[in-house]
Design a protein around this ligand. Structure first.
Ligand code: DP6
Length: 352
């Protein structure tokens, strides 16, 4: 068997967050979450070569070879599990070469692992010719990185908390596609490209086990997820914006309440929070709704017409070249052979 596939996928930004796992092994969340899949302004490209001529499985991310058994990076062991599962499902014994490249810094709260995992699962399905449906791919991606399961489809996506211990009812579905409300965009203000001190995997463990505040978080987030879905259905930005802001602050409050505390926001993040509230107050409406993942970079959800107002409000905090505006995307797709990151003779050249 020999097959070479290249796919492109994108991050998704949670508008109602996933934080804390009720089952760590299966990545089952305490609450449902809701996200927006971004367009290809930020992307992961992944080439997968499946070949009987390969001696072993290899993986390169952003130019560096990674080890599947790297003890410091627990994600790679999960990745190896998923790879073996998909290979078995294809009744194949071929080894694979995976070359993946992010167009943006990883581990800085820009959802590189989510983008990487969703793109990889999508590419493996194509490379092994498995023809798995979206529901199955979502559940496989969730095993590698919870948030990645929301990135297998476009527009607005809800990841269901589920009830079953085996996780078969914890999957993502589309709330609205990217044509429903295309005016909504994510203005990302990059304030740091530093690798985070505390991995989100560690945070997902620490917060539920040590934070008193977390006891009330799942119920609040579940309610927010329902309200946000309805606001999206009605294209009601005022309601959606308020939920986005409150949910981000609620999650970060539980992080700070963890022991030892987890703090992902920095001074620039806090200045952005104040600048956005000042802008919203002076306009008498929610112009921008900020949200932060496990990092200090701000995602300001806004409507296309208001981009200049947000940029003006950020002056002196984030310069123009540190701002990326991403619209909504439609999920991963296969790229043309000419875009492959693995050369024609894969046993020598890797284009990086
Ligand atoms: C703060 O999906 O990165 O971005 O399941 O361990 O891979 P793992 O965690 P991950 O957590 C993301 C947390 C978040 C919020 C969110 O995206 O919902």
């Amino acid at each position: 068997m020999e097959n070479l596939v290249t796919a492109i996928g994108t991050p998704n930004i949670a508008l109602v967050k996933y934080w804390g796992k009720r089952d760590v092994g299966l990545n089952l969340p305490y609450n449902s979450s809701l996200s927006m899949t971004l367009d290809e302004s930020l992307n992961t490209k992944t080439s997968v070569l499946v070949s009987d001529r390969l001696q072993s499985d290899t993986i390169y991310i952003d130019g560096a070879q990674q080890k599947f058994d790297d003890a410091k990076e627990e994600k790679f062991a999960l990745l190896a599990e998923v790879l073996n599962y998909m290979r078995e499902a294809a009744s194949s014994s071929s080894k694979v070469m995976i070359v993946s490249r992010n167009s943006f810094p990883s581990s800085a709260g820009l959802a590189s692992s989510a983008s990487g995992a969703a793109t990889l699962v999508f590419a493996l399905n194509e490379a092994f010719g498995l023809g798995l449906g979206q529901r199955e791919l979502v559940i496989i991606a969730r095993r590698i990185s919870g948030s990645s399961c929301r990135g297998l489809m476009g527009g607005f996506v809800r990841w269901e908390r589920g009830e079953l211990p085996d996780g078969t009812d914890s999957y993502a579905t589309q709330v609205a596609d990217n044509a429903h409300w295309p005016e909504v965009v994510d203005l990302i203000a990059l304030v740091s490209a530093e690798k985070k001190r505390i991995s989100s995997s560690e945070g997902h463990r620490r917060t539920p086990s040590t934070s008193e505040l977390f006891k009330v978080r799942p119920e609040i987030a579940e309610r927010f997820a329902g309200m946000a879905s309805r606001a999206i259905g009605q294209r009601d930005f005022q309601t959606l914006g308020e939920i986005i802001i409150k949910d981000s602050n609620n999650m970060h409050a539980t992080m700070l309440d963890s022991y030892p505390p987890i703090m992902y926001l920095n001074d620039a993040s806090r200045r952005i929070i104040y600048a956005i509230h000042d802008l919203n107050a002076s306009e008498g409406r929610i112009v921008g709704a900020y949200t932060f993942d496990a990092g200090p970079n701000a995602h300001i959800i806004t409507l296309k017409n208001d981009i200049p107002k947000i940029k003006a409000a950020l002056q002196g905090i984030a310069s123009e070249e540190k701002i990326i505006v991403a619209g909504q995307g439609s999920g991963p797709r296969v790229l043309d052979e000419s875009e492959s990151l693995i050369g024609k003779d894969p046993f020598g050249q890797i284009k990086m």
